[in-house]
Design a protein around this ligand. Structure first.
Ligand SMILES: [Fe+2]
Ligand SMILES: [Fe+2]
Length: 199
């Protein structure tokens, strides 16, 4: 059964839908996954999960660009900048809503950690993001391979890192079939495009 939203979660849902048409589904689904793997999640965990990527809805000169997915330093650098910028934007929005300052700071802390986790609550937010990614973003990334924006190796690496980073054991079990399906899609894509020169 759906968990009832607080007024603040309801407002955040609307903010996500209105401001991020490009990929609001990923954020809305992330909250669904969190409610499934952590039915007792705090308001801060729910808000952080629902808004963790919001910086992508607000282009600007300080928006980080991921030149290459390498599973190494380039990813770390991008993830840090992306997470910090999302935390800033969500924190500012929560202050406009006159949310409680302690709550805001906890949301910011969780968003800063959403790509890496690090403590039980952050690991659950990260797991919910990963589950939602595997549910909603596989086609988006395969399209990037199709258009030449990313290589297929980068796309496969993104899928494997998304699965491998999950630390909450129950979430790993839920993610595995979606990860295997994503691997299958990559395999099929490679077979379909094997005669084309790689970009
Ligand atoms: Fe993210
Ligand atoms: Fe995400």
């Amino acid at each position: 059964m759906d968990r009832p939203d607080s007024a603040l979660i309801g407002a955040a849902r609307q903010w996500v839908i209105d401001s991020y048409p490009y990929n609001s589904r990923h954020l809305l689904k992330a909250l669904d996954w969190l409610d499934r793997i952590a039915p007792d999640a705090t308001e801060a965990m729910r808000l952080a999960t629902l808004t963790h990527d919001m910086e992508r809805a607000f282009p600007g000169p300080d928006q980080p660009v991921q030149e290459k997915i390498d599973g190494l330093g380039a990813d770390d650098e991008y993830n840090k900048a992306h997470s910090a910028r999302s935390a800033r934007i969500v924190g500012a929005w929560l202050r406009e809503q006159h949310a409680d300052e302690t709550l805001i700071q906890e949301v910011e802390r969780l968003i800063v950690a959403h790509e890496i986790g690090g403590w039980p609550e952050a690991n659950l937010v990260q797991a919910a993001d990963s589950l939602s990614f595997l549910e909603t973003n596989v086609d988006l990334f395969l399209d990037m391979a199709r258009s030449g924006k990313r290589t297929l190796d980068e796309v496969m690496l993104k899928f494997s890192m998304t699965y491998e980073r999950i630390q909450a054991p129950a979430a790993r079990d839920l993610a595995l079939p979606m990860y295997e399906a994503a691997q299958q899609r990559v395999q099929e894509f490679a077979e379909e495009h094997q005669d084309e020169p790689s970009s």
